[in-house]
Design a protein around this ligand. Structure first.
Ligand SMILES: *Cc1c(COP(=O)(O)O)cnc(C)c1O
Ligand SMILES: [Zn+2]
Length: 410
């Protein structure tokens, strides 16, 4: 098959099709465009993956980069799916897995869409790339841009965590701090894109960019020996990851790698910014934006979620639930995950674990379900949140006598 025919763009609303160019909005109805694969031409079997690299590029046929020489691979993806017996037991489940995306190159799942966006930018012959970010995307994009030799512009809202700003800055992008919320930053980045012709990963490269995220679903299935869990818990900001996860499982069914995908995908947001959860619970089909998000989960502080209405539709289609967690529950969940499984998450990971706990307590997830919980960002990005309530270190003189008090009767 000619590889250039493998990928096209299709309108989410009216179904109009376009060649895979830099278009991102339908010319007819202005709805977002998604990448479409000519799957009939793709022959994939379980054996296809046997000898491939353990990164997201192992799913090359289902990713939108055509020229393999443009692939930027710094090891994003194929993160561990950890069976979490101690956490399962404390929550009242029999089979629970944590999809540990904190181990990506820049410690969040944003390395996945960034890898695809930067590779696609190279394929388009671009020399610069930008993003509007709640913190993690800026680090991921800047790192991938550095490896690819692209100039990177990161637009971020003013109140991000200090470690996130430090981390992204290390990769040497132009960091632009915008006096406003993420939504204002995002709108501003769109204006910049139009005025300077700058490609923005999560705006005009968005159809390609989001494809990276669906590899989470591919991996979960492959790691379960091409099975599908009963339930997946996904954190949501714009709702892009949620929609991509849904699409990922569906695509596996379409290419025939799994049969009869029947998975509930539940959506988790922090209470201080939960517009999708609120709309879902109120039975709405549209989203009421939050003007001033207030939550410790800053990576999820998107008040006007671009994919919110699509996440709502998919939630109803797969019979998932939507639930929120308050700051205190988020911090407690981070602690619980760390002390039962040895995984240190940023607040977004606390949100999914806290929501998992709620859904179990409310009887919405049964003890016999196989559950996968996404943990999408690492705790060293936000260590200051954890300072209160940690067990204090003890000082001793180096004598066994002075240690006796601590070790007790040993
Ligand atoms: C960006 C992000 C998400 C989810 O983002 P969406 O906009 O919904 O795709 C989840 N977790 C972390 C850590 C993130 O950085
Ligand atoms: Zn359209």
């Amino acid at each position: 098959m000619s590889d250039s025919e493998r990928v096209s763009l299709v309108c989410r609303e009216c179904g109009a099709e376009y060649p895979a160019t830099r278009l991102y909005i339908c010319k007819k109805c202005f709805a977002p465009l998604d990448v479409k694969y000519d799957i009939g031409r793709t022959s994939l079997s379980k054996n296809t993956f046997f000898n491939r690299k353990k990164t997201l590029w192992r799913y090359y046929e289902l990713l939108p980069v055509l020229d393999k020489s443009k692939i930027v691979d710094m090891g994003a993806g194929y993160s561990p799916l950890i069976e979490s017996e101690r956490l399962a037991k404390s929550l009242g489940l029999r089979k629970l897995f944590i999809k540990n995306d904190t181990v990506n190159p820049t410690c969040s799942f944003k390395d996945r869409p960034s890898a695809v966006a930067v590779s696609k930018a190279l394929e388009f012959g671009l020399t610069k790339i930008g993003c509007a970010s709640t913190g993690n995307l800026a680090a991921a994009l800047a790192a991938h841009a550095a490896k690819a030799g692209l100039t990177c512009y990161a637009f971020i809202p003013k109140d991000l965590e200090p470690n996130k700003i430090l981390q992204m800055s290390i990769y040497d992008p132009e960091v632009v701090i915008v006096e406003g919320t993420y939504d204002e930053t995002n709108r501003f980045a769109m204006q910049v894109a139009e005025n300077y012709g700058l490609a923005i990963a999560n705006v005009d490269l968005r159809p390609y960019y989001v494809e990276g995220s669906k590899t989470l679903a591919f991996e979960v299935s492959e790691q379960l020996e091409w099975g599908v869990p009963d339930h997946v818990i996904v954190p949501a900001a714009s709702g892009a990851l949620y929609c991509a996860t849904f699409r990922g499982f569906k695509e596996l069914e379409r290419v025939g790698l799994v049969k009869d995908v029947d998975v509930r995908i539940s959506l988790a947001q922090p209470s201080g910014c939960s517009p999708i959860v609120t709309a879902f619970k109120n039975g709405k089909e549209s989203i009421t934006p939050i003007n001033a998000p207030k939550t410790v989960a800053k990576s999820l502080a998107v008040g006007s979620p671009g994919d919110g209405v699509y996440a709502l539709r998919k939630l109803r289609e797969c019979k998932g639930f939507a639930e929120e967690a308050a700051d205190k529950e988020i911090i407690e969940a981070i602690r619980l995950l760390a002390k039962t499984e040895g995984i240190f998450a940023e607040p977004a990971g606390g949100v999914t674990v806290a929501v998992l706990k709620k859904l179990i307590d409310e009887g919405k997830i049964g003890p016999d379900e196989t559950v996968v919980c996404f943990v999408t960002g690492g705790g060293l990005k936000t260590p200051e949140l954890m300072v209160d309530g940690i067990k204090e270190a003890r000082h001793v003189r180096p004598t066994l006598q002075s240690l006796k008090l601590i070790m007790g009767g040993i």
